[in-house]
Design a protein around this ligand. Structure first.
Ligand code: 8IG
Length: 276
């Protein structure tokens, strides 16, 4: 498959970052949080916004088409800490190329962020997981067949041959567990979607070592690691993966569970972010 590359996604991210810093009146930022589907309830718990900027004002962003994804980034101050909170993301299944999917992460890092927190909603492949449970991502299976690092890398950027041995920072996972010792961790499989898996595919994923399955995060982690940022990622289990549940899920119950958990995890993030 041939990717259609933007002229220079790295230069675009630098430009978006410069605009963001100018609009926020901030010299740089320290950490970025990307909120996935069902995570909007976490936004206010993370902190009060100094400013909310529509992504359309920053250039280089495609606007999310998914319900529950608001196209804006908030600037939040925690003491001396400056945090960027992306209230949504775009996905490959919306028809976007990998470089578009990772534009927010690249913009945040170009704006100074050394820490990236990625959140998502996921199906539980591990049968021990309950709906509403947050899980720290310890590793991933990128089953999209794509990489945000294919294509030209401009001079001055790190090698495209990015080491992913510890893509998800052990230090940050340990820090999260100090705040909430009940947090478990698992392996996240990213598939392109947008359809869900068949039960046979879920059995295959379980055999391959997956605990969670979703349609985001892995490409953003690869882009963040390429640029040397530390990554913490958290999945909110919102459904048992295909074939794991006897009866169809009650959609309202799932949404309620997600909302309640997202608010709780928002408080965890608010406590963690100043220590990152
Ligand atoms: I929420 O079961 C959510 N996102 N691929 N499979 C995949 N993505 C998901 C699922 C799921 N649940």
């Amino acid at each position: 498959m041939t990717d259609v590359h933007a002229a220079d996604p790295f230069a675009q991210a630098e430009a978006s970052a410069a605009t963001l810093k100018r609009l926020a009146g901030a010299p740089d930022f320290d950490a970025a949080v990307v909120l996935g589907s069902g995570w909007l309830a976490a936004a206010d718990a993370i902190g009060a916004a100094e400013l909310e900027v529509p992504l359309a004002d920053l250039g280089g962003f495609e606007l999310p088409t998914t319900e529950g994804h608001a196209p804006a980034v908030r600037y939040i101050k925690h003491g001396n800490h400056r945090i960027l909170l992306f209230l949504g993301r775009v996905h490959m299944y919306e028809g976007y190329a990998p470089h578009t999917v990772v534009h927010g992460v690249r913009t945040a890092i170009a704006a100074g962020c050394r820490t990236v927190v990625l959140t998502n909603a996921a199906g539980g492949v591990n049968p021990a997981y309950a709906v509403g449970q947050p899980v720290l991502i310890s590793d991933h299976l990128n089953l999209t067949g794509r990489s945000p690092l294919s294509g030209p890398i401009p001079a001055g950027y790190p090698s495209r041959f990015t080491d992913l041995t510890e893509a998800y920072s052990r230090r940050l996972r340990d820090l999260a567990r100090r705040h909430d010792p009940a947090l478990t961790e698992g392996v996240y499989a990213m598939l392109p979607g947008p359809h869900y898996e068949t039960p046979a595919e879920i059995r295959m994923l379980r055999t391959a070592g997956a605990d969670l399955v979703g349609m985001s995060t892995a490409l953003e982690t690869i882009a963040a690691r390429h640029l040397g940022a530390e990554v913490l990622a958290i999945s909110l289990v919102t459904n048992p993966a295909a074939g794991l549940s006897e009866q169809p899920l009650d959609h309202r119950e799932v949404l309620d569970a997600a909302r309640a958990s997202a608010a709780r995890i928002g408080e965890l993030l608010a406590a963690l972010l100043p220590q990152m």
